[in-house]
Design a protein around this ligand. Structure first.
Ligand code: BDR
Ligand code: CA
Length: 314
């Protein structure tokens, strides 16, 4: 059983990631920590509380973290995730309350509690994780690993940007935080757009229609989360749950190890995750810092979503 913390900016696909994690017997969710990103910190916190209440979970702390990126202003993604961040899903106002600790306090305390056995799954900008690393650099030795959803690495035909030509939203939103995490020495896996926008891992219109037709409360929630995205584009990328799947079933992804740095200076390419691959000077294995996902077993992944989240069987 893996002890995990989901650090998130809910968000439609963040919501699906949370639902998948709680539906997975391989994972013990120790906390949900919130970061600004897709929506404000306040809205993201309410969304997480609503989701836990929907699941009937009242014993997992939800702790709020960064209200803005380390050095920059924030820009939400409500054009993708809807005004509330949860697409067309409407959940009751939560009775659950936020934990009195900050996200960083919870991350540090859980790292002590599960020394060597805690995995962080950040599926939003890396602001909270960078803050934890800066507060206690040796946390990198206390964590089993960090599996992020973030980056566009150009290693597959799908590794293009979604916020500019070369950058992915989570890294773009707080590139300095991402560089802190990439430089920290923590065992790091990145699930980026190279795999999450591969059509074989996406929700098709047909899959959405099947979910919508099931008529259960769980299926209704998933259908409502994704209705807008699927109606607009005819499909939806399920970015964040792929990071959760990579932890609960590590062999579901294929990885390549690389040296990756984040573009923090240029506005044009802000947030690009630059893979070192110079023609005459390949990266030295010693300097490689990220296992970058380059493939996902899409059938298995979508099966996990359908079985565990939509149908509620594990
Ligand atoms: C990432 O950005 C957010 O909008 C999604 O929740 C996901 O984490 C994809 O670029
Ligand atoms: Ca997210």
């Amino acid at each position: 059983m893996e002890h995990i913390i989901i650090d998130t900016d809910p968000g439609v696909d963040d919501a699906l990631a949370i639902l998948l994690a709680f539906a997975s017997p391989e994972l013990n969710v120790e906390a949900v920590t919130i970061v600004v990103g897709n929506v404000s910190l306040e809205q993201g916190s309410v969304n997480a509380l609503k989701l836990l209440e929907f699941l009937g979970v009242d014993d997992v702390p939800v702790a709020a973290g960064a209200v803005k990126p380390m050095l920059r202003g924030s820009r939400d993604a409500r054009s993708v995730h809807g005004d509330t961040g949860l697409g067309e899903a409407v959940l009751p106002e939560p009775r659950l309350r936020l934990d009195s600790r900050t996200a960083v306090e919870v991350i540090l305390q859980k790292a002590d509690e599960y020394e060597g056995e805690l995995t962080l799954i950040p599926v939003g900008p890396l602001t909270n994780i960078a803050a934890a690393v800066l507060a206690r650099p040796r946390i990198v030795e206390q964590l089993e690993r960090v599996v992020i959803m973030g980056g566009a690495f150009g290693l597959t035909p799908y590794g293009k940007g979604n916020v500019n030509s070369v950058a992915e939203f989570n890294i773009w939103h707080d590139p300095e935080a991402a560089q802190v995490v990439f430089d920290s020495g923590v065992p790091l896996t990145a699930v980026g757009l190279d795999v999450t926008t591969d059509p074989s891992n996406q929700m098709s219109k047909e899959m959405h229609g099947e979910i919508d037709g099931l008529g259960t409360e769980r299926a209704g929630l998933v259908a409502d989360l994704y209705r807008g995205n699927v109606m607009r584009r005819g499909y939806a990328s399920l970015h964040d749950p792929i990071a959760v799947a990579a932890v609960l079933a590590p062999d579901i992804v294929g990885v390549e190890r690389h040296r990756v740095d984040v573009e923090c200076v240029s506005e044009l390419s802000r947030g690009q995750t630059v893979v070192k691959r110079r023609f005459h000077r390949p990266a030295d294995p010693e300097e490689m810092n990220v296992d970058v996902c380059v493939s996902v077993d899409g059938e298995r992944f979508l099966g996990l979503v359908m079985d565990r989240v939509v149908r509620g069987v594990s």
